[in-house]
Design a protein around this ligand. Structure first.
Ligand SMILES: *[C@@H]1O[C@H](CO)[C@@H](O)[C@H](O)[C@H]1NC(C)=O
Ligand SMILES: *[C@@H]1O[C@H](CO)[C@@H](O)[C@H](O)[C@H]1NC(C)=O
Ligand SMILES: *[C@@H]1O[C@H](CO)[C@@H](O)[C@H](O)[C@H]1NC(C)=O
Ligand SMILES: *[C@@H]1O[C@H](CO)[C@@H](O)[C@H](O)[C@H]1NC(C)=O
Ligand SMILES: *[C@@H]1O[C@H](CO)[C@@H](O)[C@H](O)[C@H]1NC(C)=O
Ligand SMILES: *[C@@H]1O[C@H](CO)[C@@H](O)[C@H](O)[C@H]1NC(C)=O
Ligand SMILES: *[C@@H]1O[C@H](CO)[C@@H](O)[C@H](O)[C@H]1NC(C)=O
Length: 863
C-alpha cells in the first residue's frame, strides 16, 4: 500500500515467548530515534570521496553474537512526508501482542516520531507498516495518571483529559523493549511475549508530592485507533485485582460489514506486591458527559451504544508517601481474539514469574535467533550492518502469530494482519524463504487454512477478518514460492502440497462471488484473456475498477501456478494452460497510447477489444490533480491500482524480455526505463515499482541495475525515522532493502535470482533445511556503496563462482545454486567484482535472466 493521500475511501471505515531462557543483564543502552542521525552522517553513503576503505569493525565472534544491537526499532516511524507507519514498541518475532503508546493525530501503528502529539496510553495491539491512515487496532489503552485520592471524580479518564505530551529525547527501544517519559515525569516501560505484555509505570516522588496525588492507571475499554467500538463487556474482580474486557470493533482495511472481537485480561496486583487503592468505572463523551461509579464490578454494553462513547476503569494504588521514593507500578496483561479466559491463560503461562528483565531478555533471545540466520562478514561497514539488521528485524515483525487465539477453531497455525498480500508476495516471502522455511510453512498453512475454513485464500486479512483485495488474489504467489522451493520438505513442515495446489486452483479458476474481498473475476478473464472494462459480470460482483493492473497481476499469478504445477509434478496440461494464460498479459498493452514520446501503455479495454485509454501519468508521483482517485475507490476509473500506467506498464515479472520487445526493443526500453527514473514516475515506496531498478538486466546491462540500486538505496533509505520511502507494508519495504543489500533479487514463485552487487564483503545464510550459503564478494570496495559509483572503483559483477567453479552467467543464478541442499553442508558462492561496466550476461542464451516467452522458466512452447 502506498501513502494514501488522495483517499477518501480510506476513512473507509473506514514462540510463544516462554521464559525458558535465563535472564541476561539488560543492555545499558537502547536505540533512540535521535541517535541514528549521527550514524547517518557517515560520509560513505553520501558519496563523498573517501581516501581509503574505513577500518573493519570488531568482528562479532560466533560464540558471542549480539545482533539485536544493530536494530533500530524507530526507522520508519516518521509521521511526515511519506510515512513508513512502522510499529515501534515491544514485540517478539511475529508477536500478536505489539505494545506501544498510542499518540493522537496520524499514527496508524500507535507510535510516531517526532513527539509532537499527545499520548493516550499504552495499547497491546497494533499492526506494522499498514496503509490505513486512521490506524489499525490500538485497543485497550492503559494510561498512567496522577490523581487525588480524595477526589477520584476529578481523575482524568477520557481521551482529551488524560492525554499528555511526552518529554523530548526519552523514547528509547530495542527488540523486545520500549520506553518513553511523559511531560509530568511518569516513565513508561513495556516488554512482551507472544500474546501478553508486562508494563512498568514509574511515578516520580517529587511530582506526587507537588500535586498531592497518588499513582492511578486508566484502563480504556472502548477506544480503538479508528474509533469503531460496537459493544462489549467489562468485569472487575477488585479483590483479585483482575479486570477482563472484550469488545467488537470494525476492520481498519476492509468492508464495514465484518466486525472483529478482542479480549483482554489485566492483573494489577503484581503478584500481591501491589495494593489497590480507590477504583471506579468511568463513562463519558467529548460533549461534557463524564462520570464515575465506585459501586460497579460488571458492565455490559449494548451494541447500539456507539459513537463518541468512552468507558473503562480507573484504579489507584496504595503507596507509602512517607518514603519520598518514586513508585513503580507493574501491570501484566494478556490478549486474545477468542475469549477472556484465553487472554488470562495467555498471560499466566507466558509471564508466570512477573519478571520484567527476564521477559525482555527472553524476547531479545527470540530476536537473536531470527537475526542469526543471516550473518554478515565482520568487515561489513557499520552503517550497512545497521541498515540490514534493522530491515531483517522488520521482516519478522509481521504477520501476527495468533495461533490458538484466532476467531475460528482450527488446529492449523493462525496468523493475523496479512495486510495485504499484494504488498508482501513480491519480496517479503521470497526473503523469508532464504532463511526460514519453518516460519514460511506456517504462514503458508494459514493461507491454505483460510481456504479450508472460509472458502478462499485470504488476500488481506486485517484485524482477523477479510479485507479488501488490492491488486489480485496474491495468496497464489505465496503458495507458489513455497511449493517451488520446498516441495520436497513440505510434508515435514506440515504442508500438504495436494491441498496447497487444490486451494490455489480454486482461487484461480472458480469465479469469486465478490472479487473485491477474495478470489478472482475469473470468467471474463478466462474468456477474453484480460478483464474487460464496462462489462456485466453476473457471477463476480465488484466495482468497475483496476481492470488493466488486475489483468497483469492475474497473469503473473497464473504463471506462478504453472511453476507450482511443474514443481509438484501435476499434469503437464495444467502447466501449459497456466503458462499460456500468463502470456496474455500483453493483451492489456495499447500500442496507440503514448506519453512523453513513448508508446505502448497498459490501458482499460472493452470486451470488443477497443481500448479506453487515459493519460499514463495519472496517479504517478508527478500527478498533482487531487481529484484523481488512485486506490480502490469506485471513482478510480482509469484501470490501474495505486500506480500510474507508466509504473504498471513495467509489470510482467515472468516475461521481462518479452516486455522489452513489446515496448520496441532494447534501445527504446532503456531510454524508457531511464526516463521513468529521471522524470520521476518511479515510486520508490510503491510495490509495483519494486522490480524496475533491476530491469536493466533484461537488456544486457546488469551494471546499470547496480548503479540504479546504489542510487535508490542512497536516496531513499537510511537509519532515520523517515528512513524508508513509504509504508513498510508488513515488511515489504524492509525485505526489498534486504535483497538490495545482499545483492540478489527474486522472481516470486520461482527459483530465479538476479545477481546484483552486495553492499558488503560477504555473508552467510544459514538455512536449517538447505544448508549454508556463504557469499564472498571479491574486490568489495566500500567506496562503491554511495549513491554514485566513482570511476575506477570495483562495483560491477564480472563473474560468479560456485564452489570454485565459474558459473556461466554474471546476471542470474538459481536458488539451488545458492544452497547446497542439505543441512550441515555449505555452498561457497563468490561474486567477483570489476570496475568496468561490462555488458552482457554470458556466452549462452540461458545466461540471460529467465523470461517465459524466450524459453526461460519452462520451455513450454516446445512441449
Ligand atoms: C548487545 O549489545 C548491546 C550494545 O552493545 C549491549 O548493551 C547489550 O548488553 C548486548 N546484549 C546482550 C544480550 O549481550
Ligand atoms: C520538544 O521538541 C520540540 C521540537 O523540537 C519543541 O518544539 C518542544 O518545545 C520540545 N519540548 C520540550 C518539552 O522541550
Ligand atoms: C464479551 O464477553 C461476553 C462473556 O463472554 C460475551 O457474552 C459477549 O458476547 C462478548 N461480547 C463481545 C462483543 O465480544
Ligand atoms: C506461532 O505460535 C505457535 C504457538 O505457540 C508456535 O507453535 C509457532 O511456532 C509460532 N510460529 C512462529 C512462526 O513463530
Ligand atoms: C488468452 O487470451 C485469449 C484471447 O486473446 C483467450 O481466448 C484465451 O482463452 C486466453 N488464454 C488463456 C489460457 O486463458
Ligand atoms: C467497442 O465498445 C465501445 C464501448 O461500447 C465502443 O465505444 C467502441 O466503438 C467499440 N469498438 C468497436 C470496434 O466496435
Ligand atoms: C483533475 O481531474 C479531474 C478528473 O479527472 C478533471 O475533471 C479536472 O479537469 C482535472 N484538473 C486539472 C487542473 O487538470
Amino acid at each position: 500500500m502506498m501513502a494514501l493521500t488522495r483517499i477518501s475511501v480510506l476513512t473507509l471505515l473506514a514462540a510463544q515467548a516462554g521464559l525458558q531462557v535465563s535472564a541476561r543483564a539488560l543492555p545499558s543502552q537502547a536505540g533512540t530515534p535521535e541517535q541514528p542521525f549521527v550514524v547517518d552522517s557517515d560520509p560513505i553513503l553520501h558519496g563523498r570521496d573517501v581516501a581509503a576503505p574505513a577500518p573493519a569493525v570488531t568482528p562479532a565472534s560466533n560464540t558471542d553474537i549480539n545482533l539485536t544491537q544493530y536494530v533500530n526499532i524507530f526507522v520508519g516511524t516518521e509521521a511526515n512526508g511519506d510515512p513508513g507507519d512502522v510499529f515501534a514498541g515491544a514485540s517478539v518475532p511475529y508477536g500478536m501482542a505489539k505494545a506501544t503508546i498510542n499518540v493522537e493525530g496520524y499514527a496508524p501503528a500507535g507510535y510516531v516520531w517526532p513527539s509532537d502529539q499527545p499520548t493516550r496510553g499504552v495499547s497491546p495491539l497494533h499492526d506494522s507498516g499498514t496503509g490505513s491512515s486512521s490506524g489499525s487496532y490500538g485497543n485497550f489503552c492503559i494510561m498512567p495518571v496522577l490523581c487525588d485520592d480524595n477526589a477520584i471524580d476529578a481523575c482524568p479518564t477520557l481521551l482529551d483529559d488524560r492525554k499528555r505530551m511526552r518529554r523530548n529525547h526519552t523514547d528509547h527501544g530495542r527488540p523486545g523493549y520500549f520506553t518513553t517519559t511523559l511531560d509530568n515525569g511518569i516513565k513508561i516501560e513495556v516488554t512482551s511475549t507472544r500474546r501478553s505484555t508486562l508494563e512498568r509505570y514509574t511515578f516520580p516522588a517529587a511530582e506526587m508530592a507537588r500535586t498531592k496525588s497518588s499513582p492511578y492507571l486508566v484502563l480504556d475499554w472502548t477506544n480503538d485507533s479508528p474509533g469503531t467500538f460496537r459493544g462489549g463487556e467489562m468485569k472487575a474482580n477488585w479483590e483479585a485485582g483482575r479486570l477482563t474486557m472484550n469488545g467488537t470493533w470494525l476492520s481498519s482495511w476492509g468492508p464495514g460489514d465484518f466486525p472483529y472481537h478482542a479480549f483482554q485480561c489485566v492483573d494489577l496486583k503484581f503478584d500481591s506486591k501491589q495494593t489497590l487503592g480507590k477504583h471506579a468505572f468511568f463513562g463519558g463523551n467529548r460533549r461534557g458527559y463524564d462520570s464515575k461509579r465506585t459501586d460497579l464490578d460488571h458492565w455490559v454494553r449494548l451494541a447500539q451504544q456507539v459513537g463518541q462513547y468512552q468507558a473503562g476503569a480507573v484504579v489507584g494504588f496504595k503507596v507509602d508517601t512517607a518514603t519520598k521514593q518514586d513508585v513503580t507500578i507493574t501491570v501484566r496483561r494478556g490478549v486474545s481474539f477468542a475469549s477472556a479466559d484465553n487472554a488470562c491463560h495467555n498471560m499466566e503461562t507466558e509471564i508466570s514469574n512477573w519478571n520484567f528483565d527476564a521477559t525482555v531478555a527472553a524476547s531479545q533471545a527470540l530476536w537473536e535467533d531470527k537475526l542469526q540466520r543471516i550473518q554478515l562478514d565482520p568487515a561489513t561497514p557499520d552503517y550497512v550492518r545497521r541498515l540490514f539488521y534493522t530491515s531483517f528485524y522488520r521482516t519478522f515483525l509481521s504477520p501476527n502469530n495468533a495461533t490458538g487465539d484466532g476467531p475460528f477453531p482450527t488446529t492449523a497455525p493462525y496468523f493475523d494482519g496479512m495486510y495485504c498480500t499484494w504488498d508482501t508476495y513480491r519480496t517479503l516471502f521470497p526473503f523469508l524463504s532464504l532463511s526460514s522455511p519453518g516460519d514460511f510453512a506456517q504462514i503458508v498453512e494459514t493461507y491454505i487454512d483460510g481456504w479450508r475454513k472460509e472458502g478462499w485464500l485470504p488476500e488481506c486479512r486485517a484485524n482477523q477478518i477479510k479485507g479488501f483485495v488490492q491488486g489480485s488474489n496474491h495468496g497464489v504467489e505465496v503458495l507458489a514460492d513455497f511449493a517451488v522451493k520446498y516441495a520436497k520438505a513440505a510434508e515435514s513442515l506440515g504442508v500438504n502440497t495436494d491441498e496447497l495446489y487444490q486451494a490455489m486452483q480454486h482461487d484461480l479458476d472458480v469465479p469469486s462471488p465478490q472479487w473485491e474481498y477474495e478470489g478472482r473475476q475469473a470468467a471474463p478473464y478466462q474468456l477474453y484473456g484480460y478483464i474487460p472494462f464496462s462489462y456485466i459480470d453476473p457471477v463476480s460482483v465488484g466495482e468497475q475498477t483496476r481492470e488493466a493492473s488486475r489483468s497483469l497481476e492475474y497473469a503473473f499469478g497464473d504463471f506462478t501456478a504453472a511453476m507450482t504445477a511443474l514443481a509438484l509434478g501435476k499434469p503437464n496440461e495444467d502447466v501449459q494452460r497456466y503458462a499460456k494464460a500468463s502470456l496474455n498479459y500483453s493483451l492489456n498493452f495499447d500500442h496507440h497510447s503514448s506519453s512523453d514520446g513513448f508508446t505502448t501503455f497498459v490501458q482499460r479495454r472493452y470486451a470488443n477489444g477497443t481500448f479506453q485509454p487515459t493519460d499514463p501519468t495519472f496517479c504517478s508521483p508527478l500527478d498533482t490533480n487531487q481529484s484523481h482517485a488512485c486506490s480502490l475507490q469506485a471513482e478510480n476509473d482509469f484501470g490501474v491500482y495505486e500506480s500510474s500506467s507508466w509504473e504498471y506498464s513495467f509489470y510482467a515479472p515472468h516475461d521481462r524480455a518479452g516486455l522489452v520487445e513489446l515496448m520496441g526493443g532494447k534501445a527504446t526500453f532503456e531510454k524508457r526505463l531511464d526516463h521513468f527514473f529521471d522524470k520521476g514516475y518511479y515510486g520508490p515506496g510503491n510495490e509495483p515499482s519494486f522490480d524496475t531498478p533491476t530491469m536493466y538486466h533484461f537488456i544486457g546491462k546488469p551494471w546499470r541495475s547496480v548503479q540504479r540500486v546504489r542510487e535508490v538505496v542512497h536516496k531513499y533509505f537510511s537509519l532515520k525515522p523517515g528512513g524508508i520511502p513509504g509504508n513498510d507494508d508488513n515488511g515489504a519495504m524492509a525485505s526489498l532493502l534486504g535483497w538490495y543489500l545482499l545483492g540478489l533479487y527474486p522472481t516470486p514463485g520461482t527459483k530465479e535470482l538476479l545477481v546484483l552487487s552486495p553492499f558488503m564483503p560477504g555473508y552467510t545464510i544459514d538455512n536449517p533445511l538447505l544448508g549454508k550459503a556463504t557469499v564472498t564478494v571479491r574486490g568489495f570496495d566500500e567506496r562503491s556503496i554511495g549513491g554514485k559509483i566513482p570511476t575506477g572503483v570495483k562495483a560491477y559483477v564480472q563473474q560468479v563462482l560456485i564452489d570454485g567453479k565459474p558459473h556461466s552467467s554474471r546476471c542470474r543464478m538459481s536458488f539451488d545454486d545458492l544452497f547446497p541442499g542439505a543441512p550441515g553442508a555449505e555452498r561457497r558462492v563468490e561474486i567477483v567484482l570489476t570496475d568496468r561496466e561490462i555488458g552482457g550476461c554470458g556466452a549462452g542464451p540461458d545466461d540471460n535472466p529467465a523470461s517465459l516467452s524466450t524459453g526461460g522458466f519452462l520451455d513450454f512452447k516446445s512441449k
